[in-house]
Design a protein around this ligand. Structure first.
Ligand SMILES: [Ca+2]
Ligand SMILES: [Ca+2]
Ligand SMILES: [Ca+2]
Length: 243
């Protein structure tokens, strides 16, 4: 008998009853069913505000922040009402939040030459553990040598990377999932590579005695940075030379 069937029917949710942390809103957890008949489903209990029902499916609610490290499961109570008979059946499901590794990777060797110009690319950032897309920002950065341009870590306009002063720069990158708002943070270290820094005098180094003022002794060529350079005398005790 139909009535008997309804009274003994149970409300079920298909699938494993699990959802990845950081899932976007609308992610389907499972399909609800309550036996023979046409049912409407409503949420009667959802203390953490994580769930919604769309077309008979339990989904992640808009604005929900499923974070395994905060809470590993969430209860949701649902009521099914048969549209003709008004018979009801209810159930409470415990939805398990699946842990994902949340990290941010930097491509390349994670190193940059000292004296590198502004805009020099160190590597591309890629966050994992949420679907993305992401925006990235540098936080907690005492050295303040880098910035982010279009998902790439680059040398900042104001940087002065000097191996002899500081070989390592450590800071935190924060990635925000632009859809779910999930935040992933990771500490990164970038190494400053030493380059030989010197100035060569090209073409001579000798000058005849009694040479007139303006006689060229040689051309100056600095190495260790991309340049171009300006040169000035930093010590000329006898006052013999000019640039
Ligand atoms: Ca998390
Ligand atoms: Ca995690
Ligand atoms: Ca050096």
């Amino acid at each position: 008998m139909t009535i008997h069937d309804l009274l003994t029917s149970t409300l079920t949710l298909s699938g494993e009853g699990k959802v990845n942390e950081n899932s976007h809103s609308g992610t389907v957890i499972g399909t609800l069913s309550a036996g023979t008949g046409a049912f409407t489903y409503t949420i009667t209990g959802d203390d953490d505000g994580m769930f919604d029902i769309v077309d008979g499916k339990l989904v992640v609610r808009a604005g929900a922040k499923l974070d395994f490290e905060t809470k590993e499961s969430h209860d949701v109570s649902i009521k099914a009402v048969e549209t003709t008979s008004n018979e009801e059946v209810s159930a409470t499901f415990t939805i398990i939040v699946k842990d994902l590794t949340e990290t941010i990777n930097l491509s390349g060797e994670g190193a940059v030459d000292e004296n590198a110009h502004a805009g020099t690319v160190i590597g591309s950032l890629s966050a994992v553990g949420s679907e993305g897309p992401f925006t990235y920002e540098i936080v907690d950065d005492p050295g303040n040598q880098f910035t982010i341009d279009d998902g790439k870590l680059v040398v900042a306009d104001w940087a002065n990377l000097d191996f002899e002063t500081n070989e390592w720069h450590t800071f935190k990158i924060k990635a925000t999932d632009t859809v779910s708002g999930a935040v992933i943070e990771e500490e990164l270290s970038v190494r400053v590579k030493d380059v030989v820094e010197t100035i060569n005098l090209v073409g001579g180094g000798d000058v005849d005695e009694n040479s007139q003022g303006g006689t060229v002794i040689g051309s100056l060529s600095a190495i260790g940075s991309a340049g171009p350079f300006t040169y000035q005398l930093a010590g000329d005790a006898d006052g013999m030379f000019a640039i």
